[in-house]
Design a protein around this ligand. Structure first.
Ligand code: PEP
Ligand code: MN
Length: 269
């Protein structure tokens, strides 16, 4: 029986000058949350060769007494980071109001796992012409995740990137269970680029590099990774952050991807 290589229809999403969904896998990285030293963090993370920066100032925390992000106060820090690195910024929004506040300061919005089915937020982002990274919900099926992306695209904003970040299962050793099959499955019907966040899946920084490599091997269009110059000092999610050297290593692995693309899908002809 002959086999044929199946080629994927590709839809590319531009975040500033960065193209997601092209042959090169992209690396978006930075601390879990923007802290007062963010401009310095941004310069140090940028020096590792990443393509875009995490720049989260609104944090959806489990407990109301936990740090909720610097909010509006962080806007000058974002401007300094952009001026010093020239890199595009990606920032989480919990509401349409957050999106308005950040509109002129970031290049893409992130919708977190906890808000994947916040339909009013998705509709509002569908009306704006700014790219959206839509994370998979904590307990969402792939179908529900794709349906959530439709809330944005059906309003005319087709600049959507899906992000697998691990789901809740019976396993408790990792923070979440990284569903790498979801990358393959979601790419088929959606045409949208699919990236992977190994940090929130692993919950431990030392497990992140190998999960990142695995994500690239199955054909993820990029990575979203928590990186902090000193993970032990991070204000949020320090345990799962990786340091600068590990970040540089992951960037090198991602750059090799264009030379050694993932295993093609072979279908009987
Ligand atoms: C985050 O990216 O910091 C975050 C809160 O992620 P998630 O929505 O995947 O939990
Ligand atoms: Mn985090």
């Amino acid at each position: 029986m002959e086999v044929q290589e199946q080629t994927r229809r590709r839809h590319m999403v531009a975040i500033g000058p960065l193209l997601i969904g092209a042959a090169d896998a992209v690396v978006i990285a930075g601390p879990c949350s923007v802290e007062p030293s963010y401009p310095e963090h941004a310069v140090q993370v940028a020096a590792q060769g990443v393509d875009a920066l995490r720049a989260c100032v609104f944090k959806p925390r489990t407990r109301p007494d936990a740090f909720q992000g610097l909010g509006r106060r962080a806007l000058p820090l974002l401007e300094q980071a952009r001026a010093r690195t020239g890199l595009p910024l990606v920032s989480e929004v919990l509401s349409a109001e957050d999106a308005e506040i950040l509109h002129d300061h970031v290049d893409a919005y992130q919708v977190g796992a906890r808000n994947m089915q916040n339909v009013r937020l998705l509709e509002a982002l569908g009306e704006l012409r700014k790219p959206v990274i839509l994370k998979r919900g904590l307990a969402a099926t792939i179908d529900e995740w794709l349906a959530a992306s439709d809330y944005i695209t059906c309003r005319g904003n087709h600049q959507v990137v899906l992000c697998e970040r691990g789901i809740r299962t019976f396993e408790t050793s990792t923070r979440n269970t990284l569903d790498l099959a979801a990358v393959i499955v979601a790419q088929e019907p959606s045409q949208l680029p699919v990236i992977v966040d190994p940090s929130h899946a692993a919950g431990q920084g030392r497990w992140v590099p190998r999960l990142a490599a695995a994500a690239l091997a199955v054909g993820a269009d990029g990575l979203l990774i928590e990186v902090h110059p000193d993970p032990s000092q991070a204000w949020t999610d320090g345990q799962q952050a990786i340091g600068l050297e590990a970040c540089a290593q992951i960037v090198r692995t991602a750059r090799l991807r264009a030379a050694t693309p993932p295993v093609p899908d072979l279908v009987p002809s």
